[in-house]
Design a protein around this ligand. Structure first.
Ligand code: NDP
Length: 329
């Protein structure tokens, strides 16, 4: 380790898959940045749903491990082949390794520059859910003026950002969320209508003269997938991008035929940030929209990283809105 950082630090470690209590604040060695990587001193890590799947064993991960791919902070060291002038740079990333820690490594070509006007810890709120919302409405499907977009978990991290991006493109967004408080946040983000899950289909059909949505973005999965299929117009697209309620079971492709030549896709961020250039472009657009005041990033909670178990428990019990940041003192 260079003199710029200590040789040990604290990290959240999962020794074996389990509930939120499996996240233990532990003293471990600071990682060394490999070739092509930087070492970042963490200002905050971003909480994302995928970390609950990994912690609980829904997604198989080798243990012990430290969760997290999203974080923001200051570059304190660089690996071989990386420009040393990056040291001192304020950065954020969705592609870090083990960001639930006081330091993390990240590929140098997956760093986003944090605008001077943005608090460095707050910058951890945007990369992962922001680039997800961006690719969903720009690349998986190109949302455009006059279209109708339906979405689940409208007041969630991805949901609030996607609502803003899709409505800024002139689409009519109709969102579902479980409580009136969440629906109010969804409307404030630009949703034309925000309703309970049981009302989403009727709201979409009513708004479209019975035609249905051009695209449905469904990150809830098991509990909503069937209904999501029934609110699409002919040749509409269902984008299943997560399983907050559980994974969708195997599915009969004939359903797409009887539904009116429907499309279904199951995308992931990594496939839409494959090159440094693609990542840089998405990130730059998001941070500049924030700087210009056209994109609001709601930070629903700031929870100390050492208490990450409480953050997981809140996310899994549907008690959060917008982004949850895992902060350091
Ligand atoms: P959110 O902030 O949206 O939190 C999840 C929300 O899902 C809850 O607040 C809740 O909203 C809703 N929900 C519905 N049913 C359940 C349930 N049984 N348990 C828990 N939550 C439930 O999380 P994120 O924005 O981080 O992620 C949203 C989804 O997007 C996740 O499935 C995640 O895995 C996925 N994702 C996918 C990516 C990709 O590239 N494919 C990238 C990033 C995220 P309500 O109470 O209103 O129902």
């Amino acid at each position: 380790a260079s003199p710029a950082h200590p040789s040990t630090h604290h990290a959240v470690v999962v020794a074996s898959a389990g509930g939120p209590e499996a996240l233990a604040w532990t003293e471990v060695p600071v990682p060394t940045p490999a070739a092509g990587q930087v070492l970042v001193r963490t200002a905050a890590a971003g909480l994302n749903f995928i970390e609950t799947y990994q912690r609980s064993g829904v997604y198989a991960v080798d243990v012990p491990f430290t969760p997290g791919t999203e974080g923001a902070g200051e570059v304190v060291a660089v690996g071989d082949g990386v420009d040393g002038s990056l040291v001192g740079r304020r950065v954020a990333t969705a592609a870090g390794h083990a960001t639930y820690a006081e330091h993390f490594t990240a590929p140098a070509d997956q760093l986003l520059d944090v605008p001077d006007a943005m608090d460095l810890a707050d910058a951890a709120a945007l990369p992962l859910q922001g680039m997800t919302a961006h690719y969903l409405c720009r690349s998986t499907f190109e949302v455009s003026e006059g279209q109708t977009v339906a979405l689940t978990a409208g007041a969630g991290g991805v949901g609030l950002l996607l609502t803003q991006l899709a409505s800024a493109r002139g689409a009519r967004v109709i969102a579902a969320a479980s409580t009136e408080e969440k629906r109010e946040l969804s409307r404030a983000a630009g949703a034309h209508a925000a309703v309970g899950y049981a009302e989403l289909r009727d709201a979409v059909l009513e708004a479209t003269g019975g035609e249905g949505a051009h695209v449905v973005y469904d990150g809830v999965g098991r509990d909503t997938f069937e209904a999501s299929l029934t609110m699409l117009r002919v040749r509409g697209l269902l984008v299943l991008f997560g399983g907050a309620s559980g994974q969708v079971p195997p599915f009969d492709l004939q359903r797409l035929n009887s539904g009116g030549s429907l499309y279904v896709t199951r995308p992931s961020l990594a496939a839409y940030t494959r090159t440094a250039e693609e990542t840089r472009q998405r990130g730059a657009e998001l941070f500049s929209a924030w700087t210009q005041g056209s994109l609001d990033v709601r930070i629903g909670a700031r929870i100390p990283l050492s208490d990450a178990g409480r953050a997981h428990q809140l996310l899994e019990s549907r008690a959060t809105t917008g982004k949850v940041l895992l902060t350091l003192p």
